[in-house]
Design a protein around this ligand. Structure first.
Ligand code: FES
Length: 86
């Protein structure tokens, strides 16, 4: 089963902009969703240096960049990418 990759930036800018609490993302997942998700911390994703990507903190969900990330925004994106139930 291919997992949805959630990469949480733990770089200084994102951390200072409120990213620290994003590391609790696993706590907001129900057991079924959690089975489909692989969570990792990442050093600076290289997105904070320009305005082009929006505001820190950043999280990548597969290839999707989430700017100004909150637990709810990340959860919404994960739910979008979840496979349909059989
Ligand atoms: S510190 Fe998060 S993208 Fe640079």
């Amino acid at each position: 089963m291919k997992k949805i990759n959630v990469s949480i930036c733990t770089g200084t800018t994102c951390y200072l902009m409120g990213g620290a609490h994003l590391l609790t993302f696993d706590e907001v997942l129900d057991p079924v969703t959690a089975e489909h998700v692989e969570i990792s911390g990442a050093h600076c994703l290289g997105l904070c240096g320009s305005e082009a990507h929006g505001k820190a903190p950043f999280v990548k969900v597969d290839d999707h960049i989430i700017a100004d990330a909150t637990l709810m925004k990340v959860l919404d994106k994960v739910r979008d990418l979840m496979p349909e139930e059989d």
